[in-house]
Design a protein around this ligand. Sequence first.
Ligand SMILES: [Zn+2]
Length: 99
Amino acid sequence: MVTLPKEMKRYCPHCDSHQTHIVKEDTKRSTSAMSKKHRKNQRKIDKGYGSFPFEDPSHRSRGRKNPTSEKKDLKLKCKECGKSHKPNDQIRAAKFNIE
Ligand SMILES: [Zn+2]
């Protein structure tokens, strides 16, 4: 469990100086079903080649244990200029909350 502070003092590329930022979790937008990326993947699944699509998830990770943690997308909003950006160093955690 990783706890992050609500406000952090980080470098703002827009102000070109260190400012206090509001930390938020970046929510992923749902991708459209007709996107090129999705169509290409669907073509692969329908047709199939080699060992694709993979059935066993452990096979995909080459016998290794599947990681439960994932890289979290954070959004930093500058208090000075109001613009937001992503941090360069993303954290990796199974669970995390912002206090
Ligand atoms: Zn700024």
